[in-house]
Design a protein. Sequence first.
Length: 299
Amino acid sequence: MELRVLRYFLVVADAESVTAAARQLHIAQPSISRQLSALEKDLGVVLFNRGAGSLTLNAAGRRFRPIAQDLVRRAEQATETMAAAGQGERAALTVVAPPATVAYLLAPFMAGGDTAGPALHDAIQEEPSKVFDTLLLSDADIGISTNPAPAPLESAFLGRTPVMAQVPADHRWAGRTTISLSELVTDPLILMTRANAARLVVDDAVNRAGLTPAGVAETGSSAFAQALAAAGRGVCLVTDQARFDLRELIVEAPDGPLIVPLYAGWDAAHYARSAIHALVDGLRAYCHQHTQRYLELSP
């Protein structure tokens, strides 16, 4: 099926009549009708309800419409990418990721990135559990989450990010770089909800160690968790960079420091697949350096 015909289909689907679509496309009405009939023949299904001088989408047409939109969008993106490559420009990609990953990994990565490599053009912030659903339903190119990407997406392990205990500057632990899990639970904890991977890591470590926290407060916002910690309401456990003059401590569990895995996922048939692979390689290296910088503080 031709891209031109898909565009005709989308214009007719949005127009009030075939005549209106013909005027918009500057093409004779009989020609449009022939092109759409050929498209239906190629697909083996009727897409329109035909009336006197009108075409309206039927159930099959409504189902095909988002597919046609996606095909046209991908073709346009491919053209733009190849044109940029021909002019020596690097690919610009959009990522879907949790807010903490955007602030703690992607933004610093881009700020100090190699200008010759692939660029992140924009970031869509999403809950970790919804990252890849949003990727599939949007114009984004790659998703990053704490869970592997589901099929049919291609998935790659990026690395690990530490879960840090954060306390105010006047807290008795503020001058330290590490704290054991058994000591940590003697203070009230401020944790994310169970939709957050850091919370799941903390819960698993506490349960396996047979410990019981002195108290637990829950919030869905990492910034609010940090604000509560700054206000002296407890010790927050997050993957975000410290705010409000909080001090960070690595949490040592019996099995080692608390860490959260990060995975990337993307369409295996993406038109800019080579650029995505280059970006993943760069993020993997940066994530390793970032994590090592913290874990080197751990005994």
